[in-house]
Design a protein around this ligand. Structure first.
Ligand code: CO
Length: 459
């Protein structure tokens, strides 16, 4: 019996605990050790890392990837990609998606985990196709959610579609940590019975179910589990790598992990965690167990957003009402999974409905775009009255939304001009225009200073 591990310390754990603020230099020193741990893969790029590099860390995300690649020649590097949204919040035209995937692989990525917030298969097609063309592994990710229209059958159907697209593995993505152990067992079993691909399980420890859920998933035949080195595990992050390896090894599973190396990695990350705690950049709240998500079926991150939003408006007395309104908005929208960007959109609309004292008096522009079909197909039926209110006599887009978009890569390249030194720079600019441009300017400034300095030295 065998089970493999994906280490999330550099991406999801970093993102879930400390808002992706780990600078490259902070973990550079442990990369060659991580390369020897025996992981199935190292999740180290994509998700919020790209944005964070440009916006907060003054780092070129592509450069970061190349450096990790160089330090970890023996481990598969993995990234998370939101299908046609890439790493952002809107749909990009196909030429941009293809170029982004191609450059990700060229710069060192081996495995691309691709998902769509609505589980609309059309929104991952192009990214999967390009991943395969470039010889990397395409992992189709199913966003796990609970609703009257989501069940084993619908998940198996989606997995089969992903298999047909050419995905080489299927990942179950439980972003809210609401997948229970028995549900995980049944889901993994159903997937293994119906598709020939390896199954990967991704969950979060938010509600405390994480380790139990992974354990039962492995018993059902799950091939790979996502975990985080213990000092960066738990709470809104993943279950701990060492603990899961220990427990599964006791049960007779071969993990391929070197426990001594894991200890070295953990010892390295411990003081980093302590520093983040000390500076207040790691809030102990995110490390604790929060079972509210089980009661409300609302991801933890979304709850804290709602609290922040209502507190800012001095309306916390409406919290319970907003919590009750949230599932109703979700139902009206055809039960989208509560993952970025839908989680934010549903939460904001629910609060607006309560605070205005009238449902859908104000409708956000994002919700309008969603109803217009700009995010893809709603999983279920959108409330016809709401649809009518937003669209009037217009028809929603029923084709793949990206088919309505003009190619953009060459246009963006012309737009940013000399500031972009490579196609990778152009992609950074397309993904986060203002942040990328500011980063390019600073880089230019730094280069000038270095140049002056070197002239002085020649003198
Ligand atoms: Co996650």
């Amino acid at each position: 019996m065998k089970v493999q591990f994906t280490e999330t310390a550099l991406r999801d754990a970093n993102q879930s605990l400390i808002a992706t603020r780990l600078p490259f230099e902070s973990f550079e020193g442990i990369l060659t050790t991580m390369d020897k741990a025996g992981y199935y893969s190292l999740e180290c790029w994509g998700g919020a890392t790209f944005d964070s590099c440009l916006r907060y860390l003054d780092e070129d995300p592509w450069e970061r990837l190349r450096k990790i690649r160089k330090a970890c020649p023996n481990t598969k590097l993995q990234m998370l990609l939101r299908g046609q949204n890439l790493l952002g919040y809107k749909h990009y035209p196909d030429d941009v998606v293809r170029m982004f995937v191609k450059k990700s692989v060229e710069n060192g990525i081996d495995i691309i985990r691709i998902f769509d917030a609505l589980n609309d298969i059309r929104n991952i097609e192009v990214a999967v196709d390009e991943t395969l063309k470039n010889g990397a592994t395409a992992s189709g990710a199913i966003c796990y959610t609970k609703s009257p229209i989501h069940n084993l059958e619908s998940y198996v159907r989606l997995a089969k579609q992903m298999e047909e697209l050419g995905c080489q593995t299927i990942a179950v993505k439980d972003m809210a940590g609401i997948l229970g152990p028995q549900e995980a067992y049944d889901l993994v079993k159903a997937l293994k019975e119906n598709v020939k691909l390896s199954v990967v399980l991704h969950t979060h420890s938010t509600t405390g179910l994480g380790p139990l859920t992974l354990q039962k998933a492995v018993e059902a035949g799950c091939d790979v589990i996502d975990t985080a080195i213990s000092s960066f595990s738990g709470g809104t992050s993943q279950p701990p790598t060492e603990t899961m390896a220990y427990a599964l090894r006791e049960q007779g599973y071969e993990t391929g992990l070197d426990m001594k190396v894991l200890k070295e990695i953990n010892d390295f990350f411990k003081p980093i965690k302590a520093e983040f705690l000390k500076e207040g950049k790691l809030n102990p709240v995110v490390l604790s167990t929060d079972t509210d998500a089980l009661n409300y079926q609302i991801p933890g991150g979304m709850l804290s957003n709602l609290v922040a939003q209502l507190t800012a408006q001095n309306k916390m007395d409406k919290f319970e009402e907003v919590l009750l309104e949230t599932p109703r908005v979700r139902e009206d929208l055809g039960y989208p999974p509560l993952v970025t960007p839908m989680s934010q959109m549903v939460g904001v609309q629910a609060a607006a409905n309560v605070l205005a004292g009238e449902r859908y008096k104000n409708i956000s522009k994002e919700i309008k775009a969603y109803i217009h079909g700009e995010y893809g197909k709603a999983p279920g039926e959108i409330n016809p009255e709401l649809q009518k209110k937003v669209l009037g006599d217009d028809k929603p887009v029923t084709c793949r939304f990206a088919d309505t978009l003009e190619p953009y890569f060459e246009k963006a390249k012309a737009e940013i001009g000399d500031k972009a030194k490579s196609d990778e720079d152009v992609l950074s600019y397309i993904a986060f225009p203002a942040q990328a441009e500011a980063f390019f300017d600073k880089r230019e400034e730094k280069a000038k200073n270095t140049f002056k300095y070197s002239i002085r030295r020649i003198d």
